[in-house]
Write a protein of this length. Structure first.
Length: 247
């Protein structure tokens, strides 16, 4: 039973999240799909980081949007996790692509939704990201997701051949996910696991949408979701999934 097991920010239980160390663990454990986040520095360079602030996962504090690229290269993104990762840097997009190519990974890039409200920086991210994708081995599958349908629409105008997915939080259960995804031209919906029902999953599937659920850190819950018809799960414990899900 091949399902898409997305390593959420890399194998983030084995190495600090969204670092090259966490990404390199995928091949070791037979995991084929990486999930990672894209944001922008103050001077418009792409940065690989989930949070808008540096506090939780680095030795720095404050907003990533206030730092320049030259300042970011001095950030330690590993010591908070363990001494074994002291000095682990925030990776560049070019470095992430090198790992993707070397380890033959597929990847889900999340475009941070807050940039949708700033047309200049939104288009800057999309333009730079789109150009960088030319360096990805064509054998790798690429999926682009965002909580902002507008961001995905803008991206698809530049890269129409790349599949996109709309992210939804449990607080958005009342919304018409099918209509929103279709309007954005998305091929998939990525709902939060909380509050998700079998009927909702099956309705999405009946509409022709792929369904990948976040963040699922229970093998029994993942199995239930797969039985409902879900195509994949985002998880922090990819290394614990049986090989039948990966091959």
């Amino acid at each position: 039973m091949t399902k898409q097991i997305f390593a959420h920010r890399g194998l983030s239980r084995l190495a600090p999240e969204n670092t090259l160390a966490a990404y390199r663990e995928l091949k070791k454990h037979g995991v084929k799909w990486l999930e990672t986040d894209l944001d922008l520095t103050q001077d418009g360079d792409i940065v690989i980081l989930h949070d808008a602030d540096l506090d939780r996962t680095t030795d720095h504090s404050g907003s990533v949007h206030e730092l320049t690229h030259d300042e970011l290269v001095k950030v330690d993104a590993g010591s908070w996790f363990s001494d074994a990762f002291i000095g682990e840097p925030l990776p560049t997009l070019a470095q992430v692509i090198q790992v993707i190519n070397a380890d033959q990974l597929n990847v889900n890039f999340e475009l941070k939704a807050h940039l949708a409200g700033d047309p200049v920086r939104r288009d800057q991210l999309i333009r730079q990201f789109s150009a960088a994708l030319a360096g990805v081995n064509p054998a790798s599958q690429i999926l682009v997701s965002s909580f902002s349908p507008e961001m995905l629409t803008r991206f698809s105008a530049v890269q129409p051949a790349i599949k996109t997915a709309v992210l939804f939080k449990k607080e958005q259960l009342a919304q018409d996910w099918i209509a929103i995804a279709q309007k954005a031209g998305a091929s998939a919906v990525h709902p939060e696991v909380g509050g998700l029902t079998k009927d909702r999953v099956r309705a999405l599937k009946a509409a022709g949408l792929a369904v990948n659920v976040w963040t699922v850190n229970s093998l029994s819950k993942a199995n239930q979701l797969f039985n409902w018809g879900a195509d994949g799960v985002f998880t922090d414990i990819s290394q614990d999934f049986p090989s039948r899900y990966l091959n």
